[in-house]
Design a protein around this ligand. Structure first.
Ligand code: ZN
Ligand code: ZN
Length: 381
């Protein structure tokens, strides 16, 4: 393998993906670029339109054996890129790869030429390019897609780059790696009236202010000292009309916890509190749960393989002391299959994920591909 040439090819691919980012569920152009790249590396099978714009690239061994799945994510974010000095900056206004999924795809793509030149001896290896990670929808849809029946993995692996950690350091954690979270949309319905006659209205103004104060205090009451967090992310009351007493309010909330059980308990306390406050103010309520991410639970067997591979390649391994507060929709995979998600350092001076100045570092692409390839070889041996 000509590593230098391959590295250059992967960097070029990442820059192309970076330049033309697409939001969750709009990844058609991204999928086309990945498919074109994959076809150049003689896979045994390519499955497209998986759970949306997802693509699975398969390499099969001659003997029976385990199915190993390596997953990366494809979507970008609704963030305006501020890295004006980049010659490959986003050309899609208001959209950019600020979570590094362009880099994750380049790392996964790097496995294709490696697997093409040395096919697995046993079982099969699936390189999965998964859509819609940011909304928590993609993984669930891929797993529920009838085409996924032929792809059920014995082991599933994924990485996420992590700013604030040394370049290409490997961050592992047993049990919960990333938290469970869910979004909640609360609609409070009363009745509008003229602004001159507020006594004739049923205004949700007091209820919404009360909830904004009481809901964030719930985690300490409902889950004790275990980590749980409730964040009010959006609120709307009435309309911009000086003549009207509002009759409608909407509140959007993100709830998160280290375990699925803690999250469930937090959700039910939140529901109770919302109903109580709404009843006190004679409001009708509706609640909609959206963007649910289960906790990502790492299997010890898979963690061991990651650490072994990192050691073989002389990459620094760091143990995570407490699970990350953020969520990853790879949690849907670890919920169903034996798997692990690990962190891959993207530099101490790297702006944080979702920051408009963030940019995935090219220097870790080939290292990431080789790390995954080492895991594949270990399981295939
Ligand atoms: Zn993200
Ligand atoms: Zn991400």
């Amino acid at each position: 393998m000509n590593w230098q040439k391959l590295e250059q090819e992967l960097i070029t691919l990442r820059h192309k993906l970076h330049q033309t980012p697409e939001l969750s569920d709009k990844e058609a152009g991204t999928a086309a670029k990945i498919e074109t790249f994959a076809r150049q590396h003689s896979p045994d099978q390519i499955i497209t339109q998986l759970g949306g714009h997802g693509i699975a690239v398969l390499y099969k061994g001659r003997e029976a054996g385990p199915t190993l799945l390596i997953r990366c994510d494809m979507d970008a974010l609704p963030i305006h890129e501020t890295n004006d000095d980049l010659d490959y900056r986003s050309t899609n206004a208001g959209v950019s790869h600020k979570c590094g999924h362009d880099g994750h795809m380049a790392i996964a793509a790097g496995l294709l030429p490696m697997l093409a030149s040395e096919k697995p001896t046993r079982g099969k290896v699936i390189i999965l390019f998964q859509p819609a990670e940011e909304t928590g929808e993609g993984a669930r849809r891929v797993i529920n897609d009838p085409q996924f029946e032929s792809l059920i993995p014995d082991y599933a692996f994924a990485l996420h780059n992590l700013p604030g950690y040394n370049l290409a350091s490997v961050i592992v954690g047993e049990n919960t790696f990333a938290s469970a979270s869910t979004g909640l949309i609360v609609k409070l319905n009363g009745r509008t009236a003229h602004a001159a006659e507020p006594e004739k209205a049923i205004s949700p103004a007091l209820a919404i202010t009360q909830l904004i104060q009481s809901l964030p205090l719930l985690p300490t009451h409902s889950t004790g000292k275990d980590f749980a967090l409730l964040t009010i992310i959006h609120a709307q009351l009435g309309e911009r009309a000086f003549g009207t007493t509002p009759g409608y309010a909407e509140l959007m909330i993100t709830l998160r916890a280290h375990t699925n059980k803690q999250l469930k308990s937090l959700c039910s306390s939140a529901e109770k509190e919302i109903r109580k406050v709404a009843d006190n103010h004679h409001l009708r309520t509706s609640m909609e749960w959206v963007e649910a991410f289960p906790a990502t639970l790492n299997h010890p067997d898979c963690n061991r393989e990651i650490i072994k591979a990192a050691n073989t390649l002389n990459l620094t391994v760091e143990n995570l002391k407490t699970p990350f507060r953020w969520s990853e929709d790879f949690g849907h995979f670890t919920h169903h299959f034996k798997g692990a998600l690990f962190g891959f350092g993207s530099g101490l001076n790297q702006p944080e994920l979702h920051n408009p100045a963030y940019n995935f570092p090219d220097e870790i692409i080939l290292k990431g591909s080789r790390l995954f390839y080492q895991i594949i070889k270990q399981i295939d041996h």
